[in-house]
Each structure stands twice: as structure tokens, then as C-alpha cells.
Design a binder for this molecule. Structure first.
Ligand code: THU
Length: 135
């Protein structure tokens, strides 16, 4: 499917162009579709103080929350790498905060290789809000 035929891929491909990755040179684009159907995009934004950098998924989720939405129903992540880019541990936790376990996550390379997974498969046994409701 071409990037223009898949709006999620198109959004992730486009935002990846804006990634600020002068240190790793590893540009990532992410798109999330919220419960309303809107698509929010984010790219990684690195920093000379390396730990202050943020991931593409975090940017897309932040854009969704800033727009007043707190449920994502699909995500797409793309990078230029040999195999579909796996989200880091922190991003798996961030996705799990706003998505049900069966939500589809598409991981992609810029060469057109994709793989599909779910939030639950990315982060089994996750810590979530339920654990805070015990008192
Ligand atoms: N990165 C993301 O933005 N998302 C991922 O899923 C994997 C890694 C970024 C963080 C950093 O800017 C660069 O890729 C190299 O780790």
C-alpha cells in the first residue's frame, strides 16, 4: 500500500522528515489514531544532553493528549533500519497507558517492510492504573 493510500503511514513518513536526530542520525516517525479517528504525529527530538531526547511515539502521544484525547486505537512507527523498528521500553509503557492490549501497532522500515504487533504483545504483564486502585 502506498503512503498516500494509508493515512497512518503517510503521517508517520511525513513527520519523520522533521525528526531532530543530529546525534544518532536515526530518524523516527510515529502516528497514532485516536478514538475519534483523528491522526496525531510525532518525531524523535534529540538533545545535546542525550537523556533529554524524546522518542517519536512520545511526541505523537503528547500531541493526542494536547488535543484533548486519551485513547489511541492504532499506531504506526517507521524508521530507516534493516527490520521494522521496535519501540523502546519507555514507549511501550507510554502506548499501554492510552491503548487497550489488543490495539494494533504497525512497525515499518522505510524500505517498505512492515510487521504488526499489539500493545499487549509489546508489553506483557504491564503495570497500569489498575494497580493504583488498591487503597
Ligand atoms: N527512537 C524513537 O524515537 N522511537 C523508537 O521506537 C526507537 C528509538 C529514537 C530515540 C533516539 O532519538 C533515536 O531513535 C536512537 O535511539
Amino acid at each position: 500500500m502506498s503512503s498516500t493510500a494509508d493515512p497512518m503511514k503517510a503521517a508517520a513518513v511525513a513527520v519523520r522528515e522533521n525528526a531532530y536526530a543530529p546525534y544518532s542520525k536515526f530518524k523516527v516517525g510515529a502516528a497514532v489514531r485516536s478514538a475519534s479517528g483523528a491522526i496525531y504525529a510525532g518525531c524523535n527530538v534529540e538533545n545535546a544532553a542525550y537523556p533529554e531526547g524524546t522518542c517519536a511515539e512520545a511526541g505523537a502521544i503528547a500531541a493526542m493528549v494536547a488535543a484533548g484525547e486519551t485513547e489511541l486505537v492504532e499506531a504506526f512507527v517507521i524508521a530507516d533500519c534493516p527490520a521494522p523498528v521496535p519501540p523502546c521500553g519507555g514507549c511501550r509503557q507510554k502506548l499501554a497507558e492510552f491503548a487497550k492490549a489488543d490495539v494494533k501497532i504497525t512497525l515499518a522500515t522505510t524500505d517498505g517492510v512492515t510487521s504488526e504487533t499489539t500493545v499487549g504483545d509489546l508489553l506483557p504483564g504491564s503495570f497500569g492504573a489498575d494497580f493504583l486502585d488498591q487503597n
